[in-house]
Design a protein around this ligand. Structure first.
Ligand code: FRU
Length: 477
C-alpha cells in the first residue's frame, strides 16, 4: 500500500492516508459516534483543509467515511478549518470556518459556514453561507483570526463560541446566538485574555459538567508557569461561571489539560449515557512529523477519548472504549518487591496494550518505568516520592523530534495534588504513543514516540523499595 504501517496506532483514530490535525464535529448521531477532522488527503503534511470523516460504535474501531467537506467555494477555497456538529430535527449540521479566497489586497478572511446532512454521510453547504460573515464581528476582533466555532444549545437557543484575536495581540472568545443555526447574531465577548495568556486562542469548547461551567480552549504560546505550559501551544480548561444576562464567562481557575508533549485542540461531546467525552489531536505544531519526513504517507492521530468528570473538586479523565477492552484477564495474585534494582517482570512486555500498576510507595524514593525498551532506546515514566512528581521523558525514545520550535521540550513533569502512599498508573501504549493516566486520570501525560520496531521491552528501576501490588500488561489484540 501507499501507507507505511510501522508507526500507525492500532486503537487510536488516524487518517487512512494524508494529514490529520484537529478533531472536528465530534458528535453522536443515529447511534454512532462521528468524528470529523482536519484532513489533507493529498499529502502527509498540512495543506488545503478538508474535513475527513469516520465513525465508530465503540470509540476504538473507526470506519473511514468519504470526505465530508472540501474547499470548493469562494468562501472556503483556502480551507475548511475546524468546527463542530449538532443534530437538529434529525439532521446533522456542521458549523465550520471557511478561509476565503484572497480579496483585492490578497487577504484571506475567516468566516463561519454551515453544511447539512440527512444521512450523516453526504453534506450540503447551505445557500446562506457564510452564515457568520466578517461584517458580524464586534469592533475589536481580527478578520483573519476568527475561527473554530463550537456549537451548543442552552435553554432553547443555539450558541457558538468562536476563537478570535484582539488588536493588542491577545486571544478572546466570541459568543454568537441563533434560533435556527442559519441566522446568527453577535451576543458577547465571552472571555477576553490578557497579555500573559498567549497570542491567540484556538478551538474553544463550552459545556456544563457536574454543575460547573467549563471552557476549554487552546492558547498559542501561553507562557510557561513552573512545570506547566511548556509546549509551544497548550490546552487549557477554565472553570468559572457564565452570567447569562451579560453572556460573559467569569473564569475562576485555569488548568492545563494534559501534562505531556503531544496534546492540542481537544473537542468534546456529551453522549446518550450522559458522558462528557473529550478527544484531542495527539500532536503539536512547530515540531517535526516523522511519518511525513520518512515518507510513510500519513501523519496524525487522536488521543484515546477521555471522559471528563469532577470528583471531590478535582478533574479526572477516564479513558473510554479501550478501558473495557483492556480489562485485565484473571487474577493478579503475585506481589513483587524491588529494592534498589532494575528488573523486568515476567509477562510484562509489549508495544501495544495497557500496563496497570499499583505500587506501595511507603519505602520508595524513585521509580523509573522503562517502556519501548531495547539496548539503546527507552521512554521513561518516573515517579519521585519526595517531590511527589510524575514525569515523562522521550529524549531516548527513538527518532528525535526537532522542528521550528526553538527548543522543543523532551520531557515534562507534574507535581501531583496530595500524597501518594500508592502510585496507581494506567499506561496505554500504542505503536507510536504513550498515554499515562495517574490515579484515574487526575494527571494525564501524553507523548508520541518513534522507537525501533523491536523495542518492546518494559522494565522497572527503583531506589528504595517498590512493592508492586499489581503489575499487569494486557496486550491489545
Ligand atoms: C488548530 C488550528 C485551528 C484551525 C485548524 C487549521 O490546530 O490552527 O485554529 O482551524 O488548526 O487546520
Amino acid at each position: 500500500g501507499i501507507v507505511n504501517p510501522l508507526y500507525r496506532n492500532r486503537y487510536h483514530a488516524s487518517p487512512p492516508v494524508g494529514w490529520m490535525n484537529d478533531p472536528n464535529g465530534f458528535v453522536q448521531y443515529q447511534g454512532a459516534y462521528h468524528l470529523f477532522y482536519q484532513f489533507h488527503p493529498y499529502d502527509a503534511k498540512w495543506g488545503p483543509m478538508h474535513w475527513g470523516h469516520m465513525k465508530s460504535t465503540d470509540l476504538i474501531h473507526w470506519e473511514d467515511l468519504p470526505v465530508a467537506l472540501a474547499p470548493d467555494q469562494a468562501y472556503d477555497r483556502f480551507g475548511c478549518f475546524s468546527g463542530s456538529a449538532i443534530e437538529r430535527d434529525g439532521k446533522l449540521y456542521l458549523l465550520y470556518t471557511g478561509v476565503t479566497e484572497a480579496d483585492e489586497e490578497g487577504v484571506h478572511h475567516q468566516v463561519q459556514c454551515l453544511a447539512v446532512s440527512e444521512d450523516g454521510l453526504h453534506f450540503d453547504k447551505v445557500q446562506q453561507n457564510p452564515v457568520i460573515p466578517i461584517a458580524a464581528l464586534p469592533e475589536d476582533a481580527s478578520q483573519i483570526d476568527f475561527r473554530d466555532p463550537k456549537v451548543f444549545e442552552h435553554e432553547g437557543m443555539y450558541y457558538t463560541v468562536i476563537a478570535s484575536k484582539a488588536s493588542d495581540e491577545t486571544g478572546q472568545i466570541l459568543l454568537y446566538q441563533s434560533e435556527d443555526l442559519v441566522e446568527w447574531e453577535f451576543a458577547s465577548v465571552f472571555l477576553k485574555g490578557t497579555k500573559e495568556q498567549g497570542i491567540m486562542w484556538e478551538c474553544p469548547d463550552f459545556f456544563q459538567l457536574d454543575g460547573k461551567d467549563c471552557l476549554i480552549f487552546s492558547p498559542m504560546q501561553w507562557p510557561q508557569d513552573g512545570d506547566d505550559y511548556q509546549n509551544l501551544n497548550s490546552s487549557v480548561l477554565a472553570v468559572g461561571e457564565v452570567d447569562w444576562t451579560t453572556k460573559q464567562f467569569q473564569p475562576a481557575s485555569y488548568q492545563e489539560l494534559d501534562h505531556g508533549l503531544d496534546y492540542y485542540a481537544p473537542q468534546s461531546l456529551e453522549d446518550d449515557k450522559g458522558r462528557r467525552i473529550c478527544i484531542g489531536w495527539m500532536q503539536m505544531w512547530g515540531r517535526d512529523f516523522p511519518t511525513d519526513t520518512l515518507g510513510h504517507g500519513w501523519t496524525g492521530s487522536m488521543t484515546i477519548p477521555r471522559e471528563l468528570k469532577w470528583v471531590d473538586g478535582q478533574l479526572k479523565q477516564y479513558p473510554i472504549g479501550i478501558e473495557a477492552k483492556l480489562v485485565q484477564q484473571g487474577e493478579n495474585s503475585r506481589i513483587i518487591t524491588l529494592e534498589d534494582a532494575k528488573e523486568t517482570i515476567p509477562g510484562i512486555e509489549g508495544d501495544c496494550g495497557l500496563l496497570t500498576l499499583k505500587v506501595d510507595t511507603s519505602e520508595l524514593d524513585n521509580l523509573n518505568i522503562y517502556l519501548r525498551e531495547n539496548e539503546n532506546e527507552r521512554t521513561v515514566v518516573s515517579f519521585n516520592k519526595e517531590k511527589n512528581e510524575l514525569g515523562i521523558d522521550r529524549s531516548t525514545s527513538g527518532i528525535e523530534l526537532k522542528g521550528e520550535e526553538a527548543t522543543p521540550p523532551v520531557s515534562r513533569k507534574v507535581t501531583l495534588a496530595g500524597d501518594r502512599d500508592y502510585l496507581e498508573l494506567a499506561i496505554y501504549l500504542d505503536h507510536s504513543s504513550v498515554e499515562v493516566f495517574e490515579r484515574n486520570g487526575e494527571a494525564v501525560m501524553t507523548a508520541n514516540v518513534y522507537p525501533t520496531e523491536e523495542a518492546t521491552g518494559i522494565s522497572f528501576e527503583c531506589s528504595g523499595k517498590a512493592v508492586f501490588e499489581e503489575a499487569t500488561f494486557t496486550p491489545f489484540v
